[in-house]
Design a protein around this ligand. Structure first.
Ligand code: ACO
Ligand code: KIV
Ligand code: MG
Length: 520
């Protein structure tokens, strides 16, 4: 890297992002997201934790084989078998990286029960081993922000001496604040011999809502790699959001003169894809990618924006891939308009996918006066989440509800075979879920049931998200329809399909914990 102000973007949506409880992504979704990240210009993609499960290993290997430009990285504990397994997965990449870590703070040193000297020796041995396999090695001091400074300097120096090329200083529990984040990087750059020969990375969590600020402060102090996820996905309150860091550097280049290699016009497409794959809806007021990020409802704001858009907008919607709609979609629109519109929205569909979405679009346009951009997004996401290859499919649903009781008549296709049932329940959704359960008995527990109106009005589509847990395995389902109850059943069935896929992947009777780790 020749430009001293170039900041590397390290995306960990597929590793740290997927650690969010319930944010499991399928193999195909991971490949798809990795391809989009690569095309967007992400410098390093952390594709998974290869020793965690066969599924993670397979995803990292396949992403490594397919990546065109990005460095492909896998995570490994400070253990030789982890590092070997990681190398087996990433070695296929044009540009592979092994990322090994250990918790260096007093609290984390106690976990593997190592004293300071033993841990220093472990770091020496594992980084040396990784470097003998791969010439691109990242070492992370987990919980660095709560580690004694002298000890942190000592272990960072060891990692550098043993060949680490990137040193990551994570704020694992989102504990630090911007001034402290900057001071820590500055301190390491000043004190550690060899620090000027490696890249320092910042990896912040958002427990106190300061992840982006802490990452930017670290950059100003000399960090040149920012670790982040799309939509800020990640454990607890999440990781630094890629879109926030990248857009902050672009919009405030005047005071933060750093550049990234990101094509920002791909941000919205990735945000939607990750939301759909993870089942995590983006909060409406989320910075940059929230539905309200460019909406103005109050009169003074509307007046200002109409006179000069810069009064209340600091970035252009087009810069993040939100293109102003000049094609109105309705029941008279054809395939060409739909293809162009979807492209504007960040979706480039193959001919077969377009055919499927077009049929669904026409059906929706028949039921709904206006088809908005968000309707189309919901439609595409629904088509991707619920396909004709699914083991369980909703064939027919008739629901009775009201003051005289609730019941559901449901026909499900189970592996292509029709099964019908009549069930009752406490409310129409409960009756439907009972119907599904009587056709497809399961022990999964409903953890989350969420309904979200896609647009305004009583004819709006509803997007329903369902999260289910079965013996440690977690799966989400998402579906959209103008009929909220139908969307609920499709989402519920979608989650059951995913649980089945996961069960089939590991085989009946496999250790539930191992399976659960796959879903993390
Ligand atoms: C901050 C972060 O994001 S760290 C990454 C967190 N991500 C994950 O944990 C998801 C993937 N994890 C997994 O699939 C599993 O935890 C596995 C496969 C890695 C390990 O599973 P298990 O062997 O059953 O161990 P388990 O999860 O119960 O405990 C973790 C073990 O790793 C050890 N360990 C944890 N971190 C490290 C590390 N960085 N280096 C070395 N050892 C470590 C712990 O001491 C513990 O070992 P012990 O039981 O001998 O004390
Ligand atoms: C594994 C490390 C880098 C991590 O995710 C953290 O410390 O938050
Ligand atoms: Mg993390």
């Amino acid at each position: 890297m020749t430009d001293p102000n170039r900041v590397l973007i390290f995306d960990t949506t597929l590793r740290d992002g997927e650690q969010s409880p319930g944010a499991t992504m399928s193999h195909t979704e991971k490949l798809d997201i990795a391809e989009m990240l690569d095309e967007m210009g992400v410098d390093i993609i952390e594709a998974g934790f290869p020793i965690a499960s066969e599924g993670d290993f397979a995803a990292v290997s396949e992403i490594a084989k397919r990546a065109k430009n990005a460095v492909i990285c896998g995570l490994a504990r400070a253990q030789i078998p982890d590092i070997d397994r990681c190398w087996e997965a990433v070695k296929h990449a044009k540009h592979p990286r092994i990322h090994t870590f250990i918790g260096t703070s007093p609290l984390h040193r106690a976990i593997p029960n190592l004293d300071m000297d033993q841990m220093a020796e472990r770091i020496h041995d594992t980084v040396t081993h990784a470097r003998n396999l791969c010439d691109n090695v990242q070492w992370s001091a987990m919980d660095a922000t709560r580690t004694e400074h002298d000890y942190l300097c000592r272990v960072v120096e060891i990692a550098i001496r043993c060949g680490a090329t990137t040193i990551n200083i994570p704020d694992t529990v989102g504990y630090t604040a911007p001034r402290e984040s900057a001071a820590l990087i500055r301190m390491l750059l000043e004190r550690v011999p060899g620090a000027d020969g490696v890249v320092f990375a910042t990896h912040c969590h958002n427990d106190l809502g300061m992840a982006t600020a802490n990452s930017l402060a670290a950059v100003e102090a000399g960090a040149r790699q920012v670790e982040c996820t799309i939509n800020g996905l990640g454990e607890r309150a999440g990781n630094t959001a890629l879109e926030e860091v990248v857009m902050a550097l672009k919009v405030r280049h005047d005071i933060m003169p750093y550049t990234t290699g990101i094509d920002t016009t791909r941000i919205m497409g990735l945000s939607r894809r990750v939301s759909q794959a993870s089942g995590f809806l983006v909060q409406p007021n989320k910075a940059v990618v929230g539905k309200n990020a460019f909406l103005h409802e109050s009169g003074i704001h509307q007046d200002g924006v109409l006179k000069n858009v810069e009064t209340f907008e600091i970035m252009k919607p087009a810069d993040i891939g939100l293109n102003e709609a000049n094609i109105a979609m309705g029941k008279h629109s054809g395939r060409a308009a739909l293809r162009a519109k979807l492209k504007d929205l960040g979706y480039e569909l193959g001919d077969n996918q377009l055919k499927d979405v077009f049929v669904r679009f026409k059906a929706l346009a028949d039921r709904k006066k206006e088809v908005y951009d968000d309707d189309l997004v919901a439609l595409v996401q629904d088509a991707a989440a619920n396909t004709e290859d699914d083991h369980l499919q909703v064939k027919h649903l008739r629901v009775v509800c009201g003051s005289d009781g609730q019941s559901a008549d449901l026909v499900l296709l189970v592996g292509g075979e029709e099964k019908a049932v009549h069930a009752t329940g406490d409310g129409p959704v409960d009756a439907c879920f009972n119907a599904v359960k009587s056709i497809w008995p399961h022990r999964a527990h409903l953890q989350l049931y969420q309904v979200h109106a896609v647009t305004e009005g009583t004819d709006a589509q509803a997007t329903v998200s369902v999260r289910m847990e079965e013996e440690g395995r977690i799966a989400t389902g998402q579906a959209s329809d103008t009929d909220t109850i139908l969307a609920s059943v499709k989402a519920y069935v979608g989650a059951l399909n995913r649980l089945k896929v996961r069960r089939d992947m590991v085989g009946e009777g496999a250790d539930a914990k191992q399976v659960s780790m796959y879903s993390h």
